[in-house]
Design a protein around this ligand. Structure first.
Ligand SMILES: NC(=O)c1ccc[n+]([C@@H]2O[C@H](COP(=O)([O-])OP(=O)(O)OC[C@H]3O[C@@H](n4cnc5c(N)ncnc54)[C@H](OP(=O)(O)O)[C@@H]3O)[C@@H](O)[C@H]2O)c1
Length: 223
């Protein structure tokens, strides 16, 4: 598959690229195409050093250009930039392109990390994306509780679960397959897209617990 990562120069984007280039053509995106190409070169070196060779590849392009020709689009950008980025992608992506949100609407306050929709009455990330990039059936979500540090560490499996939400069984099945290709990551279907807030809200909780108890990059695993 062709997987485009909007915001692929960030930590999560690097982790996704390193994990999925084993089998897929990954296109790392940035607002700056040159920055994207440099990131892709650097990730490719890391992937080749770790795997020897790969059936897939990593290349770089402008966020909007890459959107035109991918099967999967990962929106790996901060919550604040959803509207602006999706406006630019709206008439570019293919009708059958699946859009994945790992986005966590979260900020730091004196009390600790908080979930923005709960504290400020704003919408969860996927509802904003669904409005800008219809049809809703193509939008799915996952990876909210996966630390970028662990995702990038391709020498190790994740030993974690990730919740998946989505309305369309086909889109959910495609994302589930991609999740299972990441070593040690188990997909757990949570329900329709509207329930994504239940996964998003776990991340500020994990970060607060990690900070106050000196835990390193904790994740979630159902037992
Ligand atoms: N970090 C984690 O451990 C973690 C865990 C779970 C979920 N998440 C979620 O995953 C998403 C990506 O996380 P991240 O830590 O990789 O994010 P990040 O490093 O903060 O940002 C990712 C990329 O977003 C782009 N960006 C910055 N400002 C932008 C703007 N105004 N418009 C469009 N793009 C902009 C930047 O790329 P360019 O400058 O190259 O355009 C940046 O490299 C976030 O929504 C986060 O909540 C993160």
């Amino acid at each position: 598959m062709r997987i485009g990562i909007v915001g692929g120069t960030g930590g999560m984007g690097e982790g996704f690229a390193l994990r999925w280039c084993k089998r897929h053509a990954v296109i790392v995106g940035s607002r700056d195409a040159q920055k994207a190409r440099e990131a892709a070169e650097s990730y490719t070196k890391a992937a080749l050093a770790a795997y020897g060779n790969t059936a897939g590849s990593i290349t770089g392009d402008d966020n909007i250009e890459l959107g035109k020709d991918v099967d999967i689009l990962i929106l790996s950008i901060p919550y604040e930039f959803i509207d602006d980025t999706c406006n630019k992608l709206a008439d570019k992506i293919r009708d059958n392109c699946i859009v994945v949100s790992p986005i966590v609407p979260m900020m730091r306050t004196e009390a600790g990390f908080i979930y923005i929709p709960l504290e400020q009455g704003k919408r969860q990330a996927v509802e904003m994306i669904a409005e800008k990039l219809p049809p809703r059936q193509r939008i799915v979500s996952a990876f909210h509780t996966i630390s970028e540090v662990k995702l990038k560490n391709i020498g190790q499996g994740l030993d974690a679960d990730t919740f998946i939400c989505g309305d369309d069984p086909g889109s959910v099945a495609t994302l589930t397959q991609l999740v299972t290709e990441i070593a040690g990551l188990r997909p757990v279907y949570l329900g329709p897209l509207a329930l994504t807030y239940q996964a998003e809200i776990l991340t500020p909780m994990l970060l607060n617990a990690a900070k106050r108890n000196k835990l390193k990059h904790p994740g979630v695993k159902l037992i």
